[in-house]
Design a protein around this ligand. Structure first.
Ligand code: ATP
Length: 331
């Protein structure tokens, strides 16, 4: 399968400054050497706790912010070097759906105006715009009668369908979905996820799906990357991650999530002690070291590289392969 996105050791640090003269206070290492690839037609789920750097990765992939070091390729092209026509072409092939649909739709524009705006920017004719909009709202199950309303007149689910329609009108190849269902009622979440899966199949879309919700990411993803404090600690196929996690952080995350099955509830839990350390002065060596019950001397001293421990299963842990998490809660 063709690789469509390559994230190559990307780093993004934020400098926090103070006062008129912008005195440098400290640096936040929000994304600290993240690498992964996304193949055409797949859904790559990026999961991690709040503050692990997921949204910053999404913004980098969409070129909404520049990296501090290294780069990202879209269909072989360096997105941060692209200019003019090449950049415009890349931009129309990618789109993003945000967590909060109300904030991402213009409150002063009707739903129709918001959905057709990208088509106007790209110079489509009026007659073409009408046909594309009609076709797109049908795909996302958004009633025609809603087109002349304003965002505040729609429910959260309707607003998110409008945002998806807007993200879809230019027929992108790749979409970044940043917590697209987290702001919605549980009853509406499944509808939105199913719409996303339907349009993915119809248009052979590739997704980067970002969430902290372990059930959602399992439902939609083909492969999953687990982020912890600005780094990816584990990447594998979805079933592999849930049945045989190899990183203590992933095992802890799965174990701490509430389980619906009695079998899951009765299992042993893996508890990571304490809170995540700060991104300002991350610990040397493995970032999980201060919380990890399996840590050894090497974990304190050397940063573990992401390495292929089993076929297509990558783990950044010095002890990966030695540790067995088969007794812990899984769903
Ligand atoms: N513009 C910014 N300036 C300073 N720090 C920032 C900026 N954007 C993000 N950060 C910091 O970078 C870290 C990673 O943030 P990010 O939003 O990427 O995490 P996240 O995993 O998406 O979390 P959440 O789910 O809460 O959005 C956080 O510590 C955050 O405070």
């Amino acid at each position: 399968m063709e690789t469509i996105v390559v994230i190559d050791n990307v780093k993004k640090f934020f400098n926090v400054t103070k006062g008129l003269f912008k005195k440098h206070l400290y640096q936040i290492r929000a994304v600290d050497g993240v690498s992964f690839e996304i193949k055409r037609g797949e859904t790559f789920g990026l999961v991690g706790e709040s503050g692990s750097g997921k949204t910053t990765v999404a913004r980098l992939v969409m070129r909404l912010t520049d990296p501090t070091e290294n780069t990202i390729f879209f269909k072989g092209k360096d997105i941060f070097k692209a200019k003019g026509k090449e950049l415009k072409d890349i931009r129309r092939r990618m789109s993003m759906v945000f967590q909060d649909p109300a904030a991402s739709l213009n409150p002063r524009a009707t739903i129709l105006d918001s959905i057709k705006r990208p088509l106007e920017i790209y110079g489509y004719k009026k007659s073409e715009i009408k046909a594309i909009v009609e076709d797109t709202i049908e795909k996302v199950a958004l009633g025609k009668e809603l087109l002349n309303r304003y965002p505040h007149q729609l429910s959260g689910g309707q607003q998110q369908r409008a945002s998806i329609a807007r993200a879809l009108v230019l027929k992108p190849e790749f979409m970044v979905l940043d917590e697209p269902t987290s702001a919605l009622d549980v009853s509406v979440q499944a509808q939105i996820l199913n719409i996303l899966l339907e349009i993915q199949e119809r248009y052979n879309l590739t997704y980067l799906f970002i969430t902290h919700n372990l059930s959602v990411v399992r439902y939609v993803s083909d492969r999953i990357g687990v982020m912890y404090l600005g780094k990816i600690v584990e990447i594998a196929q979805v079933d592999e991650i849930y049945s045989s996690p190899l990183h203590p952080y992933t095992a802890g995350l799965l174990s701490s999530a509430p389980s619906l099955s009695p079998r899951g509830r009765s299992r042993k839990k893996l508890l990571l002690s304490g809170d995540p350390p700060s991104l300002i002065n991350p610990p040397p060596g493995c970032r999980l070291y201060p919380r990890c019950p399996y840590a050894e001397k090497i974990c304190r001293e050397e940063i573990p590289e992401l390495r292929e421990v089993k076929t297509d299963h990558f783990v950044a842990c010095h002890r990966a392969g030695e540790l067995d998490f088969s007794g812990i809660v899984r769903w």
